[in-house]
Write a protein that binds this ligand. Sequence first.
Ligand SMILES: O=c1ccn([C@@H]2O[C@H](COP(=O)(O)O)[C@@H](O)[C@H]2O)c(=O)[nH]1
Length: 236
Amino acid sequence: MTPAEIAPKDRLIVALDLPSVDAAEAMIARLGDSVSFYKIGYQLAYAGGLPLIGKLADRGKKVFADLKMHDIGNTVTRGVESVAKLGATFVTVHAYPQTMKGAVEGRGSASLKILAVTVLTSYNDDDLHAAGYRLSVSELVEARAQQAQVIGVDGLVSSPEEVGSLRKIVGHQMSLVTPGIRPAGAASGDQKRIMTPGRAITAGADYLVVGRPVVEAADPKAVADAIHAEIVQALG
Ligand SMILES: O=c1ccn([C@@H]2O[C@H](COP(=O)(O)O)[C@@H](O)[C@H]2O)c(=O)[nH]1
């Protein structure tokens, strides 16, 4: 899907980082028609949230299963085969060659899209060096993007800071999905590579992932609506 084909409303993916299915359902009800795309990650998935993927899909919502798989290739293949039956639009794996190859094999011809997490947005160069890497964040993101493209992965997760260089590498063949989004004045929390929604879209991001600034807001719907307005303005 080229950027022009993505509905502006679908560009905001709200992370349902909440402790229970009841809490997630309450948030979904509060957000109503303002949000069309949700992300289910560790916290909700491990609290019984996986069946919510199919329920949301049945209600016309899109779901990003942010499971960040990383295991031997065969295990990833079988895991992705199972996720492909849940009704999600996206699933994440870490951007290691064996892992990505396993995921592409597991996806087969299913409609599920595989996203490779390049370098987590909570990492900066110092964090990477502390983890034993010699490359900078930008170097590692680019190297992993090139590998992902060759392997046939459908999209990349990176910070918006890398989107410009990633577009030059992968063109519009791969979706660029960016967490690390912070509306002006919002607390960064543990995110280290951040950008505002408008700047991320201008930089070329296809999808923006936003969790705490929405789900911890006093008025989540108002924050989601404001992010949408910023996205639409940036799209011109
Ligand atoms: O590199 C990554 C990959 C995934 N995430 C996920 O996105 C959301 C961001 O939440 P915020 O509250 O807006 O920080 C969260 O679910 C992460 O697991 C990421 O942040 N960075």
